[in-house]
Write a protein that binds this ligand. Structure first.
Ligand code: BGC
Length: 920
């Protein structure tokens, strides 16, 4: 008896892509983007930019604890650098641009080293000294946000803390010539206090990525002229946002009663005099001034065309953003008073120079969605009447300039007839344009309820008509044979066993250090393990990576070209790190300022979100890296995020919450979409056929893959039926779920085959596939003359959690596999002669009653039970011997574990005659 002399398996190795990190270039781009998206809110007395040679006193712990990115998927834990505000200012000081008042910095550093909480108490003495030694004071106020929790409408978060108010008072009274505040924030916060300090300047730096400190210093010192504009409305108080009424009302659901009136759409409709707005959508100042002239708006070939001349009338070079808003006729649907229709940013204009900006969009973009049949149910309608256009450098400015042009539509037109999908079942009312609420019917026939857990297999399906069977082996087709020959895809899929189809529908092991898992990994058929990594702030991996500014900052640049460049650089970096799929961009709409993930999303407006998303995707995919946009859809709250139901009308879905996705998908064709954790109108998004199949695929023509969000709580087989192709990250809690569903007839082999088709098409487009050399197929010969021992480590592929380690002791020198519940490993064997074989595993376990199942070509042929612990985790013993019938020829043999901690070192197969049947 001896170990079968195995030829070393040449497991597919990816060609090394070079690890040179384009640190400098990316750092420059990250800094540039950061500088373009920061928003100057107030600068009445021109405290900014700081005069050359001025002495500056830096206040606030935020100068050191400066947040460059948020928490969770939107963090970049191994950012290749992290420049806080203090370092950025020190860099300017070392170049002689400014002087910093050191004793103050020393105090803050010491306070932070002592782990001081909240703002540092400021002694009168230190303040006096600072005033004596510096003419400009900069106070940094920081806020943080992270995936997994929401922000709070409380002091120290949405509102200033008492300590911060105290600091503001002290600094403003101290006698500095100039005072400026930097708001290092992940989204909207209260700004009502700014009006108490009219002479103070205020800059929003957002969470600006790894070069953030340098980028803020560039603006504070005037090396960069701010040109960012808000992409969210800053209201007088949190309670002014209509969403505030129901955001925290219930943990299990949110009623989107404000309907289409999100953000500025609400304020413009119900507060046209801007009484409840502090900073309007589209607002942002510059160190220079601009004049808009020669505004022309015309209509031709169903497109509205606009040209505007922008002249820099100030003394510094700068950039301006022109925004076009539409006021559609109220008609029968009722409309928001304004809707962003187009926007464009100038290049850097020198003082006195002008640029003519042109924009254009189809008038049909102004259509509304009739979800209740006021005119024509389930249709996009362009209602007749006057379409008024407003143009300015902010929404307020556009309003103040008044109507620039009216375009008349003479008769109501149906733009596109669709069907009812994802309709609300529990939303009782919604806001209308006249301020009243419309009662919505409760659709009881439609009462779909959320399922209980990932393992829910309670549905009653038809018994599968497809027999679980040994496949008849034909000449094997490898995925490489399908490349360039799509007609072969069906035959390729046909040859896969049921459990292989199921395996392709689950995520796989991460091979990129710090990555988020893979897809594919069926080496036997030449399918590589394509790798994913987060997004959207940068690559969240173990290698050093660029941290880009948060999405809201990027959107505040109003510059899709710049965002495309960021996407391109991020794609290039993914390529160098063997990441095939970047989990970005986040596409959800800012509905409420407290959503903990707003920083991973663009804006309150779907046009901005859609255009920015499209630009980023295009940049990423231009490098051969696939973008996965997320979280589809209506993911606007973190509290109880896996169980919360977003109850929303079809109209608000179409016009607001899906619109950004639709624009990005149609314009840039991302290859993957990630469904969300939440439910939409009672159905988990990953089980939601209306969303994933009817709207995404059938209406929008999306052809790519949908994956679940990581570790969601949906029922796996229902996801497949709905059009959610891959369960991420590994679905290990539900490893045999699909096979059971198949046996119960809840899902068919055809469903699984259809499911893997887009997955394989996607894999064919990855770098992993292009660089893949499939393993040489070396089946392990099962001999009749002597027992064959197979090492666990010689599997051809295995699930994500299988670990191969060397253990000391009696069996030392051998590799062992340890597998948790649901994990598996697969071997390729060649049986010389059909017959019965004794199967004896070599195992060790600390626990009684350990089980694993044995599958041959996808069919269960045996179960190995170890009743008693073997006496320690390195105490190897031969397990129970069972008989298996093995047909002649080439087969896959798969071991699937059912218990938590069993280690297997290998197994032995000894020919034993001819008469056992594999009925389990
Ligand atoms: C997040 C996703 C992320 C995934 C992988 C989930 O918790 O919601 O946005 O891409 O984890 O890290």
């Amino acid at each position: 008896m001896g170990w079968f002399p195995l030829k070393l398996l040449n497991v597919g190795v990816r060609r090394e892509r070079g690890a040179v990190f384009l640190k400098k270039k990316n750092a420059e781009l990250s800094r540039k983007a950061a500088g373009e998206g920061m928003v100057l809110l107030q600068n009445t007395k021109n405290a900014l930019p700081i005069k050359k040679g001025a002495a500056v006193a830096l206040f606030g712990i935020g100068q050191i604890k400066f947040h460059l990115y948020g928490g969770g998927s939107g963090s970049v834990p191994n950012a290749s650098e992290n420049i806080n505000l203090l370092q950025g200012m020190e860099n300017k000081a070392s170049g002689g641009r400014i002087f910093l008042y050191k004793p103050l910095i020393e105090s803050y550093s010491a306070y932070i080293q002592m782990d001081g909480r909240g703002e540092m108490p400021l002694s009168e003495e230190l303040l006096k000294k600072a005033v004596k030694n510096a003419d400009t004071a900069i106070f940094t106020i920081s806020r943080y946000a992270s995936e997994g929790s929401d922000r709070k409408a409380a002091k120290g978060d949405y509102y200033l803390s008492d300590k911060e108010i105290d600091m503001l008072e002290k600094i403003n009274r101290a006698g500095f010539k100039h005072v400026a505040v930097v708001l290092n924030i992940p989204g909207v916060m209260d700004t009502s206090w700014i009006s108490r300090y009219p002479d103070m300047s205020v800059l929003i730096s957002w969470m600006p990525g790894m070069e953030g400190g340098n980028a803020v210093a560039d603006i504070l010192c005037g090396d960069v002229n701010p040109s960012g504009k808000l992409v969210d409305t800053f209201a007088a108080s949190y309670d002014d946002y209509p969403s505030s009424r129901n955001f925290s009302q219930h943990t299990d659901y949110v009623n989107y009663e404000e309907d289409i009136f999100n953000g500025y759409r609400y304020f413009e409709t119900f507060d046209p005099k801007h009484r409840r707005i502090i900073y309007s959508f589209g607002y942002g100042q510059s160190y220079t001034t601009f004049h808009l002239s020669k505004i022309k708006l015309s209509e031709s070939e169903k497109h509205v065309k606009i040209t505007v001349k922008v002249t820099n009338t100030g003394k510094l070079s700068g950039k301006e953003v022109v925004q076009v808003y539409c006021g559609a006729p109220q008609g029968k649907l009722g409309k928001a008073a304004r809707q962003l229709a187009a926007f464009r940013k100038t290049g850097l204009l020198k003082p006195g120079r002008s640029q003519v900006l042109s924009m254009s969009f189809p008038i049909t973009d102004m259509a509304g969605y009739d979800d209740t049949g006021r005119i024509k149910k389930s249709a996009w309608l362009l209602e007749k009447g006057d379409y008024r256009f407003f143009i300015g450098n902010s929404l307020l400015d556009a309003d103040q300039r008044g109507v620039q042009r009216i375009i008349k539509v003479n008769a109501t037109k149906i733009i596109r007839q669709l069907a009812e999908h994802a309709a609300p079942v529990r939303l009782l009312k919604r806001l209308l344009a006249d301020g009243s609420y419309e009662r919505l019917r409760m659709d009881t026939a439609h009462k779909k309820m959320k399922t209980k857990s990932a393992n829910d297999l309670t549905g009653s399906g038809e018994k599968s008509t497809v027999e679980l069977r040994f496949s008849k082996k034909k000449a094997k087709i490898m995925l490489q044979d399908v490349a360039g020959k799509p007609a072969k895809l069906d035959a390729f899929i046909e040859q896969l066993e049921d459990d292989q189809l199921a395996g392709l529908s689950r995520g796989t092991k991460a091979t990129v250090a710090g990555g988020t898992g893979g897809i594919g990994n069926l080496n036997e058929y030449g399918i590589p393990n394509v790798q994913t990594a987060d997004g959207p702030a940068g690559l969240r991996i173990t290698n050093p990576a660029t941290a880009w500014p948060m999405e809201t900052l990027l959107a505040s640049t109003w510059d899709p070209e710049l965002v495309r460049a960021v996407g391109k650089a991020a794609g290039k970096e993914a390529l160098r790190n063997s990441v095939d799929i970047w989990l970005a961009p986040g596409m959800n709409i800012h509905r409420d300022p407290l959503n903990g993930r707003n920083f991973e999303y663009w804006a309150e407006d779907p046009l901005i979100a859609g255009k920015m998303g499209a630009a980023l995707i295009e940049g990423v995919q231009s490098q051969g890296i696939l973008a996965e946009i997320k979280h589809f859809a209506v993911n606007n709250k973190e509290t109880n995020r896996k169980e919360s139901d977003s109850r929303v009308s079809e109209r608000a879905l179409r016009e607001i919450y899906l619109k950004g996705f639709e624009i990005a998908i149609k314009e840039s064709r991302p290859r993957l979409v990630m469904s969300a954790y939440n439910l939409v109108n009672g159905i988990r998004t990953s089980e939601n056929k209306d969303l994933l199949t009817h709207i995404l695929r059938n209406e929008w023509g999306y052809q790519g893959v949908v994956t679940s969000d990581w570790n969601n709580t949906a029922a796996f087989y229902k996801e497949i039926l709905a059009g959610n192709h891959v369960r991420m990250p590994s679905g290990s809690a539900t490893a045999d779920h699909l096979m059971i569903a198949l046996q119960k007839g809840l899902i068919t082999r055809t469903d699984l085959q259809n499911n893997v088709r887009p997955i394989l098409k996607m894999i064919l487009q990855t770098q992993a596939f292009k660089n893949y050399r499939p393993a040489e197929q070396a089946p392990i010969a099962i001999s009749v003359s002597e027992a064959t021992r197979i090492r666990a480590a010689d599997f051809i592929d295995a699930s994500a959690g299988v670990n191969i380690r060397s253990f000391p002791g009696k069996d030392s020198g051998l590799k062992s596999a340890q597998a948790g519940n649901g994990e598996w490993m697969r071997f390729i064997i060649f049986v010389e002669k059909e017959g019965t074989y004794s199967f004896t595993p070599r195992i060790s376990t600390r626990y009684d009653h350990q089980i694993f199942d044995i599958f041959l070509d996808g069919r269960k042929i045996g179960r190995s039970i170890q009743e008693k612990a073997t006496g320690g985790c390195h105490n190897w013993k031969n397990g129970e011997t069972i008989d298996l019938r093995l047909p002649e020829g080439r087969h896959t043999l798969k071991l699937t574990f059912h218990t938590t901690e069993e280690k297997i070192n290998g197994f032995e197969l000894a020919y034993n005659g001819t008469n056992v049947n594999n009925e389990v």
